[in-house]
Design a protein around this ligand. Structure first.
Ligand SMILES: Cc1cc2nc3c(=O)[nH]c(=O)nc-3n(C[C@H](O)[C@H](O)[C@H](O)COP(=O)(O)OP(=O)(O)OC[C@H]3O[C@@H](n4cnc5c(N)ncnc54)[C@H](O)[C@@H]3O)c2cc1C
Length: 362
C-alpha cells in the first residue's frame, strides 16, 4: 500500500490504515468519496478512505460546471479534496478494496419487546474490509463511492480519443467544442436525442446512424428542421492523426471530416464488491432507455443493507462532479446521524441497566 499521489502541503497520510478499526471506511476517493470523508472527519469520526486512484474523468483537461473551480484539472481538484480530508484527521491510503464481509457480531438494531434497548452491551464492528495487498480493516459503517466504468463503442479510435475529442457529456465538454464539426456515433436509441442536444453547441452536427436505429419519420423531420445531417452506414474507424481527431471513416472508405465525435457509453457501476453483502446492480433508465447498471439507494444514499451507503456515480450514473460531491457529503452526514442514534440507544440502555443495578432491593 502506498501513499496517494502527493498534494502539496497535505498533512501526510501515512500510507497504511494505522488503526485496524475505523468508524467509517470510505471506498473510492473521487469527488463523492472525498466529500463524504471530509464531512465525516469534520464530524470527528475516525475515517479511512481507500482509493485505487483511477477517477472516471482522468482523461479530461479540466472539470467544468463545478462552481468555484471552473476548469480546474481533475487531479488538482482531487488533491485539494485529499488535503481537506487529511487536514481534519481523516486517513487516506492508496489501494483497492477486494473483499467486504458482514460480521455477525455487529451492532443489533432496534429494541426488545419490553422497550429496553437491545444493544446495550459493547458490540463488535459490522464489516471487515479486505484490500488487494492482504491488509484487512474493520468498520462500523461503509460508504461506497467506487464510480462507474464507461463501456465505449468498439470502434477503432474511440478509446484513443476518449475524453478530449471523443466525448459524451455536453455539460462537461460542450463549450470546449462549440462551433466545431461534431459527429454523433449512434449505437443505440439515444442517437437522435444526442444529435438534437449537441446542436445547441454547434450548427455543424452530423448523425452517423452506424449501429443505432434508423430515425423514424418524426425524428427525420426534427433533425432536418434543426439542420442536422444524417449519414447511413457503418463507421469503421475514427481517423486520429498526431493525437487529434480528423474524421469519421465509413464502410465504403469515405472520410467525413469531424473535430469531435459524441458516443453513448454503457455506464456500468463499479458495484461488484457489494455482491459480497448481497447487493446487486440493477438497470438505470433515462427517457425509457437503459443507460447502464447502478446500485439502488434511498435519497440519502442508504442501501438495502443497514450500515452501507453509496454516493456518486456508483448510485446515480448521470451524476456530475458537483452532484457526486453533494451526494457524498449528504451520505457522510447521514452516516454520522446513524452512528449518533446507535450511540444514544446504547447509552440509554447502559444508563437504565446501571440504575437497575444500583437501585436498593426492597
Ligand atoms: C471524460 C470525462 C469527462 C468528464 N468531465 C466532467 C466535467 O467536466 N464536469 C463534471 O461535472 N463531470 C464530468 N465528468 C463526470 C465525472 O467524472 C463524474 O461525475 C465523477 O467522476 C463521479 O465521481 P465519483 O466520486 O462518483 O467517481 P470517480 O470520480 O470515478 O471516483 C471513483 C474512485 O473510486 C476508486 N475505486 C473504484 N473501485 C475501487 C475499489 N474497489 N477500491 C478502492 N478504490 C476504488 C477509483 O479508482 C476512483 O478513484 C466527466 C466524465 C468523463 C468520463
Amino acid at each position: 500500500m502506498t501513499v496517494p499521489p502527493a498534494s502539496t502541503g497535505t498533512p501526510a497520510p501515512t500510507g497504511s490504515p494505522a488503526a485496524t478499526h475505523h468508524e467509517v471506511v470510505v471506498i473510492g476517493g473521487g469527488p463523492a468519496g472525498l466529500a463524504g470523508a471530509t464531512a465525516l472527519a469534520r464530524a470527528r469520526r475516525s475515517v479511512l478512505l481507500v482509493d485505487a486512484g483511477a477517477p472516471r474523468n482522468a482523461p479530461a483537461g479540466g472539470v467544468h460546471n463545478y462552481l468555484g473551480h471552473e476548469g480546474t484539472p481533475p487531479g488538482q481538484l482531487l488533491a485539494i479534496g485529499r488535503k481537506e480530508v487529511t487536514g481534519y484527521g481523516g486517513r487516506i491510503v492508496e489501494g483497492t478494496v477486494t473483499r467486504l464481509e458482514r460480521l455477525t457480531g455487529g451492532a443489533v438494531e432496534g429494541t426488545t419487546t419490553d422497550g429496553e434497548a437491545a444493544d446495550a452491551e459493547p458490540v463488535g464492528p459490522r464489516f471487515r474490509v479486505g484490500l488487494g495487498d492482504g491488509t484487512t480493516v474493520t468498520a462500523d459503517r461503509l460508504l461506497i463511492t467506487t464510480g462507474l466504468i464507461d463501456e465505449l463503442p468498439d470502434v477503432p479510435g474511440v478509446a484513443e480519443g476518449w475524453g478530449h475529442d471523443v466525448l459524451h457529456c455536453p455539460y462537461c465538454h460542450g463549450w470546449e467544442v462549440r462551433d466545431r464539426a461534431i459527429g454523433i456515433l449512434s449505437t443505440g436509441p439515444m442517437g437522435v436525442h444526442q444529435a438534437l442536444m449537441w446542436r445547441q453547441w454547434s450548427e455543424d452536427v452530423t448523425l452517423f446512424v452506424h449501429t443505432g436505429p434508423e430515425p423514424d419519420e418524426e425524428e427525420y423531420e426534427q433533425l432536418a428542421a434543426r439542420g442536422v445531417a444524417v449519414v447511413d452506414g457503418r463507421v469503421t474507424e475514427l481517423r486520429i492523426e498526431r493525437g487529434r481527431l480528423r474524421g469519421v471513416v465509413l464502410e465504403d472508405g469515405h472520410v467525413i471530416g469531424r473535430e469531435a465525435v459524441i458516443v453513448a457509453p454503457r455506464f456500468t457501476a463499479r458495484g461488484g464488491l457489494l455482491a459480497d453483502l448481497g447487493i446487486t446492480p440493477v438497470d438505470q433508465e433515462v427517457e425509457g432507455h437503459v443507460i447502464g447498471s447502478h446500485i439502488t439507494a434511498d435519497p440519502t444514499g442508504a442501501t438495502e443493507v443497514p450500515g452501507v451507503w453509496v454516493a456518486g456515480n456508483v448510485g446515480v450514473l448521470t451524476e456530475q462532479v458537483i452532484g457526486s460531491a453533494a451526494a457524498g457529503m449528504r451520505a457522510g452526514s447521514m452516516i454520522n446521524a446513524d452512528l449518533i442514534k446507535e450511540e444514544t440507544r446504547r447509552a440509554v440502555a447502559a444508563r437504565r441497566r446501571s440504575a437497575r443495578e444500583t437501585a436498593p432491593v426492597s
